[in-house]
Design a protein around this ligand. Sequence first.
Ligand code: GLN
Length: 278
Amino acid sequence: MKKIFALLLCVAMLAVCFIGCAETTPDDGNKDNPADTTVGDDTTAGDDTTAGNEDEPSAKVFKMGTNAAFPPYEFKEGDKFVGIDVEIATAIAEKLGGTLEVVDMEFDSIITAVQQGEVDFGMAGMTVTDERLLEVDFTSSYATGVQSVIVLEDSDIATLDDLAGKKIGVQLGTTGDIHASDDYGAENVTKYGKGADAVIALKGGDVNAVIIDNEPAKAFVAENEGLKILDTDYAIEDYAIAVKKDNTQLLDDINEALEALTEDGTIDAIIAKFIKAE
Ligand code: GLN
C-alpha cells in the first residue's frame, strides 16, 4: 500500500515538474536567442519577471463591491450580474489584464468593504460626495446621476415643496437618504435596504414618495403600474468608482483604463445599450 502511495507521489511530483518546465519553455522560446539562456539569464531576468508580472494580472480577479438592485447600473438576470457598471468594470478588469468578480452586498456596506480590502473597488452608481471622499478615493466620473422623486400617479405631490411633511422612502445610506433627511427631516424619512422595497412601500401607502436616482426610478416606474416621476430633478451628481485610500496604483490604473475606454467609445456604447435616448 505504502509503495503505491510513494509511486503516486513520485508521479505527481514528476507531473508538477513537467508542467513547470512546460511553462517556462515557451518563455525561453520567445527569447531571440535561446542559446544565450545562461548568459542572458541575468540580463533577461528582468524580462522574465516582467513577463511573469504581465501573466499575473491575467490571473488577477478584481472584486467589485456593489448592490445588484440598482437597474440599469447593476441588477441580476437569473443568477447573472448585469448592467452598466458590471460591463464597464468588466472592460476595466480586462484592460488591466484580469477578470471581474461581482460581490453583491447592501449599498451601505460597500465603502467599508473597500476600506477593509474585502473588495478591490466599489461600483454601484455611487455618487462622489465630500463625506465619502474622507473615507475612500474616487476615480474620475464615468456617468451622471440625477436624484428623482417617484410618487403615485394620482398623488397631490407635484413639486419638491409639496414633499414637506410627507413620508419619504429612500434607500439606506444613499445620497437620496442624505438629502431627504437634511431637507425634510429624518423623522419623515423611512430607509429601506433596497430601492425596490421603498417602491413597494410607496405602492402600499406606507410612504408618499420615494427619492432615488433617476435611472432606477425609470426602471421601477416601468415595472410597476400607477407610478410617475416628478418633472423636477432633485439633485445632479457624478458617479465614480471607490478605491481604498492610498491604493493609488489601482486608482491610477482604473483612471487610465477609464480614459482609454472613454476615448474608444466603449463607455458610451455600454451606457447606450442600457439607457435608450429619449
Ligand atoms: N447614487 C446614489 C448614491 O451614491 C445611490 C446609489 C445606489 O443606490 N446604488 O448614494
